[in-house]
Structure formats: structure tokens, C-alpha cells
Write a protein that binds this ligand. Structure first.
Ligand code: NAD
Length: 303
């Protein structure tokens, strides 16, 4: 059965170019009515031109789909509210929110201005928070929602010169870890995409021999599945690039358990540090409490 989005209203932020454009085109091609949000502007978020969103709307309409442009920035609560209002005023629903808008202001941390740090966090993290906050009560009320945030390997593993970006990209994962719990009973699922694709943002950064395979169109099917009724993931991170799809998860080593009735010294930690850091028997990290309780029960410390 083909996966479709008929009668669903989707918002894709930063949909005027790159990945967002590709997500919007795919969702629209499967029946979604799409708000194409994008104020335009350079990779660093300066400037702006409505033409980018208009062009994608025209492309969707030419292919027989339905779309409306919105030129608001995600980086301000009132402006983000306006993006969700466009969906409500045009079609009266808001089923899908793909938080994709992004910028880069790379510099080594030593040389980075706080303005560049804060603005990058403002767009990636607060932009995601603002749009999600505006969509949340609507999704709760209609008992349906699919939210995707866009994270990055720059946060998960780090990338030189991207302290602002990497921090913001990890923050969105923290957000969905909580929202997945709060949204579940309202059938609101919150997941993350960790993409890698050739766009104006990454063209100069990606390995040249890989570029031919790193099309945004390889990322969008994973985003669309996370946005679908068929999706049963919640709080997961899916990495997608060049036709390769995988789940990203935190792991925790087996570690050590000292007797908590006795003091623990620095030297005791130092003596066991290899065992603490050894990932050979690592298991998915599900929060410390479960593991510690189990370990203390085994020692007979708790009932
Ligand atoms: P892109 O520059 O082609 O697209 C980003 C779009 O976001 C642009 O059209 C831009 O105008 C828009 N935008 C910027 N500031 C905005 C704001 N305040 N409000 C609304 N829209 C705004 O880059 P892309 O590679 O397509 O990036 C899309 C997302 O994917 C970003 O969040 C980026 O960080 C993330 N990402 C991309 C890659 C990759 O390999 N391309 C890797 C990891 C994460």
C-alpha cells in the first residue's frame, strides 16, 4: 500500500531550498497540503527574498499538488506562530511539522562572537521550540501530530568550528526525548532526522567523491515515513544519506558498581577507569535509574 498524506496538512520550515524543498515536494506528491515556509536569505541567515518559497510552491502546484508560501522566520515566537497560523487559516489543520530551517555561522570557538553563537541557537533550537510550541495545542486537540526535528552529526560526534551549531542540534534531541513522553497519549509522535546531503550549506564541506550520491531526495523518504500515520517510532533518531538509513542511539557501558555504603575515592575510579569506559558489553542507554537499581538489588543493598 502506498503511503499517502491525503487530508493532512504539513508545515516544512526552511522549505525554499535544499532538504526542506525536497521534503515539501515529496509530501505534496503524496497528497499533503504543504505550507512552504522560508524567508530566503544567505546560508548565514542574513538577507531574505520571498522568491525561494514562491518557487517551491509553483513547483508543487505544477506537479498537481497543493501548497501555500509563508515567509516568516522561525527564530521568533510571534513569527513562528504566524507559520502555524498560515496552515490553520488556509486549511484549518496542522498535522505534520518538519522543523528543518537552518543556518551556519561557523568559526572556531575561540573566535566566535556570542552574537553568532546565539543567533545560530536561536534559529535551530529556539526556532524548533517556537514552531513546535505553536503547533502543539492544535495537535493535542485533534489527537494527531507528527513532528520531526533536524539534528546533525555535528552535534552527535562534533565538527570543528561548529560549537554553536552542534550544541543547537543536540538540544533538539533533548526536546523530543521529553515531548515523546508528553505527546504519546495524544498520538503526537516526535522524532529526529540526522541528514547528510549535498545542499548549498554543505557543498564545500562534504567529500567530493561522495557528492554524486548525496542528494536531498535520499533523506526525504525517511522524513516522510516519520510524518506518516504508519510511523510507530517515537523519540528516535534516524540517520539518512546516500540511500543509507540507520537508527542512532546512545549506549552505556557495563561499568562498575562500588559498595555505596562505603566512600568512593578518586583512586578507585582511576583503577577501574578502563572497565568504566569499555563499550564491548554496552547496552542501549535507557536512563541510569533502571541499571543502578538492578545493580544495587543484585548486591542485596535494596529490596
Ligand atoms: P539550506 O541552506 O539549503 O536550507 C536551509 C533553509 O532554511 C534555507 O532555504 C534558508 O533560507 C532557511 N532558513 C534559514 N533561516 C531561517 C529562518 N530563521 N526561518 C525559516 N527558514 C530559514 O540547507 P540544508 O542543508 O537543506 O539544511 C536543512 C536542515 O538540515 C538544516 O537544519 C541543517 O542544519 C540540517 N542539516 C543538513 C545537513 C546536510 O548535510 N545538508 C546535515 C545535517 C543537518
Amino acid at each position: 500500500m502506498p503511503i499517502r498524506f491525503d487530508d493532512r496538512v504539513a508545515i516544512v520550515t526552511g522549505a525554499g531550498a535544499g532538504l526542506g524543498r525536497s521534503h515539501a515536494m515529496l509530501l505534496a506528491s503524496r497528497g499533503a497540503k504543504v505550507v512552504v515556509n522560508d524567508p530566503g536569505g544567505a546560508v548565514d541567515g542574513r538577507g531574505g527574498q520571498h522568491a525561494v518559497a514562491d518557487k517551491v510552491v509553483a513547483e508543487i502546484e505544477a506537479a498537481g499538488g497543493q501548497a501555500v508560501a509563508n515567509y516568516n522566520s522561525v527564530a521568533d515566537m510571534a513569527s513562528a506562530q504566524g507559520i502555524i497560523d498560515t496552515a490553520m487559516n488556509t486549511w484549518g489543520r496542522c498535522d505534520i511539522l518538519v522543523n528543518n530551517a537552518g543556518i551556519l555561522r561557523d568559526k572556531a570557538f575561540n573566535n566566535m562572537t556570542m552574537e553568532d553563537f546565539e543567533f545560530t541557537v536561536q534559529v535551530h533550537f529556539y526556532g524548533t521550540v517556537y514552531c513546535t510550541k505553536a503547533a502543539w495545542p492544535i495537535m493535542r486537540q485533534q489527537n494527531y501530530g507528527r513532528i520531526v526535528v533536524t539534528t546533525s552529526g555535528s552535534g552527535t560526534v562534533g565538527n570543528f568550528g561548529q560549537s554553536n551549531y552542534g550544541a543547537a542540534k543536540m538540544a533538539v534531541n533533548g526536546l523530543i526525548n521529553v515531548l515523546r513522553l508528553e505527546g504519546a497519549k495524544y498520538n503526537i509522535l516526535c522524532n529526529a532526522i540526522s541528514p547528510s546531503a549535498r545542499t548549498r550549506m554543505t557543498e564545500a564541506l562534504l567529500p567530493p567523491h561522495m557528492l554524486q550520491y548525496m542528494r536531498p531526495e535520499f533523506v526525504s523518504p525517511a522524513v516522510a515515513w516519520l510524518c506518516s500515520e504508519e510511523c510507530d517510532a517515537n523519540g528516535e533518531i534516524i540517520a539518512a544519506t546516500a540511500g543509507n538509513y540507520a537508527r542512532v542511539q546512545y549506549f552505556q557501558s557495563e561499568g562498575v558498581q562500588f559498595d555505596p555504603d562505603q566512600p568512593v575515592t578518586i583512586e578507585m575510579v582511576a583503577d577501574k577507569i578502563d572497565q568504566i569506559r569499555d563499550l564491548s558489553k554496552a547496552k542501549p542507554y535507557t536512563g541510569l535509574m533502571g541499571t543502578v537499581e538492578e545493580s544495587l538489588r543484585r548486591m542485596g543493598k535494596i529490596g
